[in-house]
Design a protein around this ligand. Structure first.
Ligand SMILES: *Cc1c(COP(=O)(O)O)cnc(C)c1O
Length: 411
């Protein structure tokens, strides 16, 4: 059955949009890409009015999906919401992987439509595209964003063009094609695909749906922070480990925490935000270490964790600001550590992470070893996509049923 949240019209509170860097204002309810300064736009709400309209208790009575937080989201009319069932994702304890007296949990985002947390962002972005009357959009992707765009886009009747690096996981490319988008592989990386999107705007008349080049994907990813706070009874964990590519989730969650804090809904301190990147593609970590606010493009980017292989991110300063404001940090993990972490989590907890999710577990281990976090702290990792979308170690042991079976020699 359709969620009650999608049958109800609600009061909305968007006042305007603001350049994430300069703070200049843009009107709501109009199509926008980047700000005049070429930076991401952030959606602003009348939070005071919001807080006098709804309470935490009232939200708790609504069905557990992202539309529970409707007042914190930009869609004006319920009829414009394009939904595939964006349920709350569980927060699962990992007692066999945890060290010390603290707690280790993973928020399992693989339960969302299309098997990744990209569904949160694209659900909002596509709903807003529908509300604002866009009918043709294009996007560069490492796989999961394209899959989510295709799914929501086809549902909304929006034509989607998707460009991905040639070594994007096969399942993602097929998923995108199956879900009605036009998809092409490109012999380059995601920023090369981004250039193809940009240069096609004039001729194709499509809208650029690249990460943070439209204002609403962040609002969708913001629900991760709203939901986490809600699920933790408005008392957040000490540390959050986030696998960082374009950074939408890190920025979105931090935005959620700021909004909740400003209306007094969060009790206690905000979490330290930790950006996790792969050794072979770590522009944000490098900028963090050098104390820069903007990151340089990373040359020859490579890692098995496709979702975080983003050599240049337009929201770099928003990520670096969030890391700094939260007293967090940024660190790298190797591909070997990522695969090792995935195998340990699967073998010890029965929890099959995607490589990007495993990167956060590897970063947790490294952080403990280097004393960056204390073993008494509460930690939440993000498993951002289904482990089943990726290659797994081979298993080729076979039994010949026509031969005698010597059980005890066999296992
Ligand atoms: C997109 C993606 C990421 C990175 O998310 P951002 O919010 O863009 O930084 C991490 N893991 C997976 C599986 C992804 O698809």
């Amino acid at each position: 059955m359709i969620s009650e949240n999608l049958r109800t019209d609600r009061k909305t509170f968007t006042t305007h949009l603001e350049c994430g860097l300069k703070g200049d204002r843009y009107s709501a309810d109009q199509i926008h890409g980047l700000s005049k300064a070429g930076k991401p736009l952030l959606v602003k709400y009348d939070l005071k009015e919001l807080a006098s309209t709804v309470t935490r208790h009232e939200l708790a009575q609504r069905p557990a999906d992202i539309w529970r937080y409707r007042e914190f989201l930009p869609v004006r009319k319920t009829e414009n919401i394009v939904s595939l069932g964006e349920i709350h994702t569980p927060i699962i304890p990992l007692p066999n992987l945890q060290e010390g007296t603290g707690t280790l949990y993973v928020k399992d985002e693989s339960r969302l439509p299309t098997g990744s947390f990209k569904a949160r962002g694209l659900c909002l972005a596509v709903s807003m595209a529908k509300e604002l009357g866009l009918n043709k959009v294009a996007m560069p992707t490492n796989g999961n964003a394209g899959a989510a765009l295709a799914a929501y886009g086809v549902r909304a009747g929006i034509q989607c063009y998707v460009f991905c690096p040639e070594d994007t996981p096969e399942i993602n490319v097929r998923e995108i094609a199956a879900q009605g988008a036009i998809v092409r592989r490109v012999n380059g990386l995601i920023h090369d695909c981004g250039r193809i999107v940009r240069e096609g705007i004039q001729e194709m008349g499509w809208f650029d749906f690249s990460t943070l080049k439209e204002p609403y994907r962040i609002e969708g990813k913001k629900t991760m922070g709203l939901e986490l706070a809600d699920q933790c009874q408005w008392k957040l964990p000490d540390v959050i480990f986030y696998p960082t590519g374009g950074g939408t989730g890190l920025i979105g969650m931090w935005k959620a925490f700021q909004e909740l804090k400003s209306i007094g809904w969060i009790e206690g301190a905000l979490p330290r935000m930790v950006a996790v990147q792969a050794e072979g593609c770590a522009p944000i970590v490098k900028a963090y270490q050098q104390g820069e606010r903007f990151a340089e493009t990373w040359e020859n980017a490579h890692t098995i964790a496709a979702g975080i292989r983003v050599p240049a991110a337009i929201g770099d300063f928003l990520m670096l600001d969030a890391i700094k404001e939260s007293s967090g940090y940024a660190l790298t993990v190797s591909d070997t550590a990522i695969l090792g972490a995935r195998d340990i989590a699967a073998a010890k907890e029965g929890f099959l992470m995607c490589p990007e999710g495993a990167a956060t577990f590897a970063a947790y281990q490294k952080s403990l070893a280097e004393g960056l976090i204390a073993s008494s702290e509460s930690v939440v990792l993000f498993n951002c996509a289904s482990g089943l979308k990726y290659d797994l170690p081979p298993m080729n042991e076979m039994i010949d049923r026509h031969q005698p079976i010597h059980y005890s020699n066999m296992f």
